[in-house]
Design a protein around this ligand. Structure first.
Ligand code: PMP
Length: 347
């Protein structure tokens, strides 16, 4: 979270703008909260240039909830659904999809140990598929699609949890974009779903109400009590992104941060990053040291130097720097300096 946002939230915590109440204490039906919710939606639409024929939903259940919501809302009876498998989060989406629909995996990057995305045009989407699902950025593997797959008339659905707001996204290329909030949007507890309105008519009759996009769209995402505090905080983050210069400016900063870190890794014979250069994530940079016995000392010494959260995901080990929007370039510089020192002492 950007520090300015936390400070703003702190200053408003007990009394939101003279209302005499904390946002936590407001009814979600109160005019105050309804205005907070509408303002956040307006800002998100403006920042992402969401066309009018898309609904924007603020839901609970995380991106994991959407792994189920996607087939439950989109899969036509008897039709397959196409998926691309580029790593850990794709696999989870596929496993959840298999509970409800005939999943066809069109590309699986197993051969590269999930260090690649399928080449553009290397797979064909069956035109009877209900949708094509892919993970825009694999948060654990650090693999990000540099292109939007062409699926013909099949709606493209993407898990943009760790990409949203980091760079411009042409919403009109997608049927559905969903993203857990806890990277670039705000705190955990909220998942944003941007869905083309014509796709709101395809849900299975037994879709649970909390995952029913159409019902949620009709109820302004308030079919049940939304996570009001998280929604408010997302609104503050969106305001901050606006003040910084919008998504274009986030992209400029993020590219500079990523270039700095990947450049340092490339220039060193000590550190390595396994990901195909064209598919390297701007947000999550995994890296290895030559000997895995140096991983724990690296993470411990980094934490001592004030650089925390650098251990790789527990499923893959190694190290990983997540350099989301709120991370300033000074933080990346400090990491690169630390890495140089560590290499000198251990290389
Ligand atoms: N997809 C991606 C790309 C993620 O990074 C994550 C969480 N790190 C998830 C899905 C799961 O999100 P949640 O924990 O909000 O369900």
């Amino acid at each position: 979270m950007p520090l300015e946002v936390l400070e703003r939230a702190q200053s408003e915590l007990t009394d939101w703008r003279g209302s005499g109440m904390s946002v936590m204490e407001m009814s979600h039906r109160s005019p105050e909260f309804v205005s907070i919710a509408a303002e956040a939606e307006r800002r998100l639409r403006a920042l992402l240039e969401v066309p009018d024929d898309y609904a924007v939903l603020f839901l609970q259940g995380g991106a994991t909830g959407q792994f189920s919501a996607v087939p439950l809302n989109l899969a036509a009876p008897g039709a397959p659904a196409a998926y691309l498998n580029t790593g850990s989060w794709s696999k989870k989406a596929i496993a959840e999809g298999r509970k409800y629909v005939d999943v066809q995996v069109l590309a699986d990057e197993k051969q590269s140990n999930y260090a690649t995305v399928p080449a553009e045009g290397s797979f064909e989407v069956p035109q009877d598929a209900s949708y094509l699902h892919y993970t825009l950025n694999e948060t654990i593997g650090g693999v990000e699609f540099p292109y939007v797959p062409d699926a013909g008339s099949v709606p493209v659905v993407t898990d943009a949890s760790s990409t949203i707001l980091s760079r411009p996204l042409d919403v009109s290329r997608f049927g559905v974009i969903y993203a857990g909030a806890q990277k670039n949007l705000g705190p955990a507890g909220l998942c944003v779903v941007v869905v083309r309105r014509d796709l709101l008519e395809q849900a299975r009759p037994d879709v649970p109400a909390a995952l029913d996009w159409k019902a949620m769209a009709e109820a302004d995402s308030m079919l049940n009590t939304p996570p009001t505090l998280a929604w408010y905080l997302v609104g503050l983050v969106l305001e901050w992104v606006e003040e910084q210069g919008g998504v274009q400016e986030m992209a400029r900063r993020n590219q500079a941060k990523a270039d700095l870190l990947y450049g340092a890794i490339e220039a060193s014979s000590f550190y390595s990053n396994p990901v195909q250069p064209a598919a390297r994530s701007w947000m999550n940079v995994p890296f290895l040291v030559p000997d895995s016995s140096l991983e724990k000392p690296f993470v411990a010494a980094a934490a001592e130097a004030g650089l925390s959260g650098l251990a790789g995901h527990r499923s893959v080990g190694g190290m990983r720097a997540s350099i989301y929007n709120a991370m300033p370039i000074e933080g990346v510089r400090a990491l690169v300096d630390f890495m140089t020192d560590f290499e000198q002492q251990n290389g």
